[in-house]
Design a protein around this ligand. Sequence first.
Ligand SMILES: Cc1ncc(COP(=O)(O)O)c(C=O)c1O
Length: 438
Amino acid sequence: MALDRPNDLNAFWMPFTANRQFKKAPRMFVAAEGMHYTTAEGRQVLDGTAGLWCCNAGHKRPRITEAIQKQAAELDYAPAFQMGHPLAFDLANKLVDMAPDGMAHAFYTNSGSESVETALKIAIAYHRARGEGSRTRLIGRERGYHGVNFGGISVGGIVNNRRMFGSLLTGVDHLPHTHLPENAWTRGQPEHGAHLADELERIVALHGAETVAAVIVEPMAGSTGVLLPPKGYLEKLREICTKHGILLIFDEVITGFGRLGSSFAAEHFDVQPDMITLAKGLTNGVIPMGAVLATSDIHDAFMQGPEHVIELFHGYTYSGNPIASAAGLATLETYREEGLFERAAELAPYWEEALHSLKGTRHVIDIRNMGLIGAVELEPIAGQPTKRAFQAFLDCYEKGVLIRTTGDIIALSPPLIIEKAHIDQIVDTLREVLDALE
Ligand SMILES: Cc1ncc(COP(=O)(O)O)c(C=O)c1O
């Protein structure tokens, strides 16, 4: 297949990639099935990251493939505005059915970034619809990742994403992150740090509650290195938001669809947000699709005025696209049929033991985990942050295991179909690679 090995890699400007390094020594996948990718050289690589935290049911799942093929042959596209098709409604019903109590409506997007922008806009418009138009301030958190669009980078807390554009949206503030040194080597939720939610009281007092629209946090921060919420922290955030009439948005783009062993993190931590942003696992990563789940209270605030008038001036050409909807329905059915969320919960103790067995391995300064997610943090090379972890990524790839790194943190999030032998392979490979690393 000519396209498998293109000679000229120049035209494609790759996202979040060291382009020059990649193009000197390309790493190309040409096929995938179950837990494995196949490289252009014909090697099998174990997927330790579910693609980009999205292929929760593993790869090339027959039900999803068939649903996409069938839908493409039946109804390829339907206009998303002022027209509908049954699958988008069906999927919305299934999503709110599996979501925590109170989530009653789904608004479709095409990615996690768009879900975040959508939720932030809904929050501001919701307050305005209720006559509280002064509530426009948005509060995120340090080390938060909410995608790459203007709203997301503004409430997000990653300096490289923010330094060039993060200040263009005004009226944004940040909670402190919850990653405390005293929580090192924690298994599951850390003990220390619930008090950091009280910072919200300080921020609200500083600006005035009547100016604050919403707080957005990842219940568990994935992309900045698996930062788990301290015990009691999310509960406190909820309490303070409720007290001041502020909406609480959980960005569950990673934690949605079984990653922690429950449908959603909101259910796992038993804390009820006002909106949930989703993407990734919604279609098993196969077709771009995201969604925002919202309560009836939020939705109904918009359902006013003459009935022929559009209530929310927002939407995407591909919102609820028929093929994406078909993929979403087949994905949810695969999760249900195979009990994958329960499987994640069952495997979590084995995963935890295996990961923490890396304590004492060269360069490892912290390990943390929850559900089927984990982080192994490395001591950075002095003056050369990220270099050691990137080398570990390259070496693991050569040894047949795909890991992901963020800074000097190795983040692991395998498909929920993983077997114990695969977990052993990931951990053994990491140990071997780290022991050999300078
Ligand atoms: C919590 C969170 N929000 C938003 C996003 C952005 O999603 P996308 O890359 O689909 O725009 C991500 C992606 O990793 C994420 O982890």
